[in-house]
Write a protein that binds this ligand. Structure first.
Ligand SMILES: [Ca+2]
Length: 164
């Protein structure tokens, strides 16, 4: 490597860099890339390529009735033909999501589970008046059923929701 660089430098000094044979550049690039990328990095890249991720979005409208809002922690899973995603925390740029009458939109990425069949929501049931009354859910542009009643009112709860 050091030898190739010195050849390159002397050619530059001679003002003939444009006349360097292509093989000099090719050798230099090959050597550099082999040195920079250890085999374990190559393996990691293969793993990343194998696990495909896709984007989803969800709009959730909290009902405009008394005590509809919640401060509970809410997670979502995407259920598809090829499996179920990991749980994704529904965080929001709004510091206070899921308040009465509010619409909250979340964009997230998760494992590609194939054609989506349903979504699952989970609440930890925490917070004052934890029950959450949802009036509408739109997932990837499709209207979904909503949790019945006040979701999480009596503690942690999970539900599977299907497109309408
Ligand atoms: Ca509530």
């Amino acid at each position: 490597m050091r030898k190739k660089l010195s050849i390159f430098s002397s050619s530059l000094l001679l003002g003939s860099s444009l006349l360097l044979p292509a093989s000099v550049f090719a050798d230099t690039v090959d050597t550099t890339s082999t040195n920079v990328l250890p085999s374990n990095v190559d393996n990691n890249q293969s793993n990343v390529q194998a696990a495909a991720f896709v984007s989803h979005w969800i709009d959730i409208v909290t009902a405009d009735v008394a005590d509809a809002g919640t401060d509970s922690i809410i997670w979502i899973k995407v259920i598809g033909e090829n499996g179920t995603s990991g749980e994704i925390l529904l965080a929001n740029t709004s510091s206070n999501p899921f308040e009465r009458g509010q619409t909250d939109q979340f964009n997230f990425r998760c494992e590609d589970v194939g054609k989506v069949k349903a979504i699952a929501l989970r609440t930890d049931g925490s917070g004052w008046k934890a029950g959450w009354k949802v009036s509408s859910i739109t997932f990837d542009g499709k209207a979904y059923n909503v949790p019945s009643g006040f979701f999480g009112e009596t503690g942690p709860e999970s539900t599977v929701l299907y497109p309408k």
